[in-house]
Design a protein around this ligand. Structure first.
Ligand code: PLP
Length: 378
């Protein structure tokens, strides 16, 4: 079976540092996390990175640090993993789902503009699968209405558009180091920002709201969390961050191979190639034409030895968010994207022949689909 993704990480490249960390006895709050944070900040081109236990906790930490909560609204890309909206809900604020660009996966800025109210405090655009959203237009909208920008850059470490690194805009960026992302620490995340005061507050809240003072022990000045990354995780992340440029180049090379192989194939479009700038291709996601049963395609591809899955979710359409008054289809383009998107395998150092065999399997499966009854009315 060809899997969707595999970590670009070997035991040998971390063995020495892991041994040192374990033998030092300092398994958290040490130099490796600081080194990892410095690498992330340098990559994103900002002053501060604050490592966390996940992107979900990074998002929650930021919203809490900005004082967002009950009575507030946060605009959020609908087409995303539900971590995005859940982080908002955990603060007591209401997620307001913004559709994606027609035929694309990134946030439709015009739809966002139409959903701003007097209660809107922030906007959380996703860089879908590491392909940069139109951050210039998003920042312009945010400035017009005084909104804080929280980039959900979970998949976008090293991506860039219009000379701005993803997560390096005027607000904050939140990154994930889950094994489905291109850099992984098992679980892990980070917040990036240029704001000195905010970085301090993020560090305070990350660790129970306690700070050192003249007396023995800590003084607790806020009700914080434990969202700290461990030294062991940072060792894994550092090894990959040192090779980030090569990892990105490798994923982009494979994406180009896919584009060549899939160009002109009936029944599909390649929306990721419409997006300007340089993305990470954390996932390689295509759209199947309406009338092709995506779930059937996933099963048929599995029968051919190829793992595929949906792109991601139209959050508004899931029962957990129904209490905000949504019916499936309220963000129509995200709804289509959830139903018709397909993630193809994109592995480290993926051989051209493997890309070829995935595409030949696609061709066979789509050809079969042409004889299936239409599912448009589903
Ligand atoms: C993976 C992902 C998350 C969640 O990341 P975790 O580190 O697993 O919490 C959030 N948002 C997006 C867009 C993601 O792809």
């Amino acid at each position: 079976m060809i899997p969707i993704i595999r970590p670009d990480l070997s035991f040998d490249e971390v063995a020495d540092d892991l041994r040192k960390v374990i033998e030092s006895g300092q398994l958290t709050c040490g130099g490796k996390v600081v080194e990892f944070e410095n690498q992330i900040a340098a990559t994103v081109g900002v002053k501060h990175a604050v490592a966390t236990t996940s992107a979900t906790t990074a998002l929650h930490l930021v919203l809490a640090a900005k004082g967002i909560g009950a009575g507030d609204e946060v605009l959020v890309s609908d087409f995303s993993f539900p971590a995005s909206a859940n982080a908002i809900i955990q603060t007591g604020a209401v997620p307001v789902f913004v559709d994606c660009r027609p035929g694309g996966f990134d946030l439709d800025v015009a739809d966002a503009a139409g959903k701003v109210t007097a209660r809107t405090k922030a906007i959380m655009p996703v860089h879908p699968f590491g392909m940069p959203a139109d951050i210039k237009a998003i920042v312009a909208l945010a400035e017009k209405h005084g909104l804080f920008v929280v980039e959900d850059a979970a998949c976008a470490i090293g991506a860039e558009r219009d000379g701005i690194r993803c997560g390096g805009g005027p607000g904050v960026g939140c990154f994930s180091f889950h094994p489905r992302k291109l850099i992984t620490t098992g679980e892990g995340g980070a917040v990036t920002t240029d704001d000195d005061a905010l970085a301090l507050r993020l560090r305070l809240l990350r660790s129970h709201g306690g700070r050192t003072g003249p007396k023995v022990g800590l003084e607790f000045v806020e009700n914080g969390f434990n969202y700290r990354m461990s030294e062991i995780q940072a060792v894994l992340g550092l090894a990959q961050m040192k090779r980030l440029d090569a990892i990105l180049e490798d994923r982009r090379r494979t994406a180009r191979l896919y584009r060549q192989e899939l160009a002109g194939m009936a029944g599909i479009t390649l929306p990721q190639f419409d997006i300007p700038g340089s993305g990470t291709f954390q996932s390689f996601v295509i759209l199947l034409d309406d009338g092709i049963d995506r779930d059937h395609v996933v099963g048929a591809m599995r029968a051919q030895g190829v793992e595929t899955t949906l792109g991601t979710y139209a959050q508004h359409a899931h029962p957990a968010f129904a209490r905000f008054g949504h019916a499936p289809g309220d963000c129509p383009h995200a709804w289509i994207a959830q139903r018709q998107s397909l993630t193809l395998p994109l592995l480290p150092q993926m051989a051209a022949e493997t890309v070829g065999s995935v595409c030949r399997a696609m061709e066979r499966v789509i050809a079969e689909q042409a004889f299936m009854p239409s599912v448009k009315t589903r």
